[in-house]
Design a binder for this molecule. Sequence first.
Ligand code: SF4
Length: 353
Amino acid sequence: MKPQAVEKQRKAVALISGGLDSMLAVKVIQEQGIHVEGINFFTGFCVEGHTHAVRKKHKDKQKRNNALWVAEQLGIKLHIIDVVEEYKDILLNPVHGYGKNINPCLDCKTFMVKKAVEWIKENNFDFIITGEVVGQRPMSQRKETMPIVAKDSGSDDLLVRPLCAQQLPATLPEREGWLDRNKMYDFSGRTRKPQMALAEQYGFDDYAQPAGGCCMLTDENYAVKLRDMWDNRPSREYELDDIIMLKMGRHFRLAPHLKLIIGREEGENNFMQGYKRLFVSIFPTSHPGALCLVDGEFKSDAELQQALALVARYSQGKNAPEVTLNVRQMDGTEQEYSITPMAAADIKSEWIV
Ligand code: SF4
């Protein structure tokens, strides 16, 4: 008997954000007998990276890395790739500009797919999948912009979007018969109902916020803080610590050269303790209160007094006649000051970033 040719096991890599769409996209492809692994890119702007992990606000909710959790649910291997350095150029110089806030979605998606193209070449995989849906997002997921991502990333017809594949031209995996187009979907628009229905069909009843909700660059408050940082520095260059600090605490811009970051709660205070070697810090000693990191410098005693009064205001001694505070320099030297807490009415709205 003539031996039969064994079909090669086809392999796809999925961009995993941790949201429902990428989870569904993987499942749709797995159902067609394809081996799927995931990639998650760490840009430094992921919400869950620090904000969710540190803040105690929803402490009853289990803390998890959604991308890892999705991978576990789907039984796939997840490759977490640090792109913090490379991503700077995408954020600072987006060819296609920013979305509503400071999100360079079109450039960002193109960058990530391009990285995935390099990855599949290096790892001998056949194609790439994403959870994108035509018309779902105003910037990167419009019918006119989706081909831009495919073309500029170099992925061309190796990029499969299983949730809306029937709305798009057939890709190589479909033409080669590795994937059945009829077993993919034609979702479009901003409604989440088809995704929810498919999730129910697959028995997924616990999933993270939809795409975008897990990226700080789409957050209005974060965008304001990032712009403030850029506006008050000689250059827009940033380090990972800078963008992490923008996720922490209340920010008060007292002067172009001086910003205070005051912890909002215990989890943040604890996290910020780790930054005391990088910033001058202030904390109340006579009353329980928040830790403050000083981003910049005091150019006068009046600025120091103003900062002390503000930090005292956010301590439990805010109604006391006097609060004692410790000012610690980055080299560890400390000095104590006593001050009357600032009255709420004296906190200027233009300070609040
Ligand atoms: S939401 Fe954030 S991670 Fe997603 S494409 Fe836009 S910039 Fe990139």
